[in-house]
Design a protein around this ligand. Sequence first.
Ligand SMILES: [Zn+2]
Length: 401
Amino acid sequence: MPRRTAATLATSGEVLRLIRTGEAVTRADLGRVTGLSRPAVQLRVGELLERGLVVERDDAPSTGGRPPVRLEFNASGGVVLVAALGASRTRVAVCDLAGRELEGRDFAMDVEQGPDVVLPLLMDTWDELLGGRPRSMIRGVGMGVPATVEFAHGRTESARVMASWTGVVIPPIIRERFPVPVLVDNDVNVLAIGEHRGTYPDLDDLMFVKISTRIGAGVIAGGGILRGALGAAGEIGHIPVLDGGGVLCRCGNTDCVDSVASGTALLRDLRAKGKDVKTIADVTALVRAGDAETMATVREAGRRIGEVLAGAVNILNPSVVVLGGDMAEAFGPLVSSIREVVYRRSTALATRRLRIEPSRLGSGAGISGCAVLVLDHVLSPDAVDETMKVSILRRDRVASS
Ligand SMILES: [Zn+2]
């Protein structure tokens, strides 16, 4: 980064970023890194201390004399409210500013009940989980929903998965009760963000594939989530496979990988073969028992998914493909046939260093991803400077009234 000139003096938000990342941990460091004068550093640090975003520690090692006061990001200086909504399972939590879960609760909730039922329930749960913490501690809200989301507005677009949510703009509804920034993304993007930050923070290119009731992917490219023009990037479930047999997909096309290899498709095909299966867990039991017909059906699904992933790997050249969702977690044969097809069908260069790994965080990636989503926004230098301006205005107004 070029050294800052007087024209681009580091703001309080930028100073917070330096403290948070550990690039500068004392006032002297801040002066050196930013080129700010001592009084200017003092002013910015004072603002951050007052806002509770930074704390002072008196324990730094020193070569002699009085040790310099260390500045630390104060992860307990606020909370974010997060919710990872799934088609059938939802987790709601309150996290600190480092994204650590402080309180959380699981729900078996049918999101198809619609926003009028689900959103008030979420907000009531956040209120309960907050306990005695004052509302002023809430810095933001982060949510993952099982639908395509136009990210900039938090508007759900997909009519197929959450019919009752189509066109709903979620943030204003939440802000009526919690007047803070509200960020909404699709569930698989949130999983990709969580797995990236939690397990592979040093890799810039990762693809997270969720294989469950439906199939979808979240893509980290060049270190950030790839959303595409309207938020529909990574919707690999509706890429068609070759020779799928003409299966009609719920999207209206035929032979989408979702319609031939998702959990829903697997249950349908196994029932057609006379198997008594109602849930993915029933299929898992048959796989464990070594049922040959079930194993063959699961392997075939893996090959279909592998076919589509091979194309995605060619386009995106990720370092790692993470396989998550309850089907990937349960089925060894599924994962091995995906691996086999991807390595066989992707280009040599794209697979030279490619790793295909199971998700390490499991469903926990949803909550961490939601926390990262909102924290990256509310702790960004611009957002921090904006809240400083607002609080200074308020203070001046109080002082002059
Ligand atoms: Zn489709």
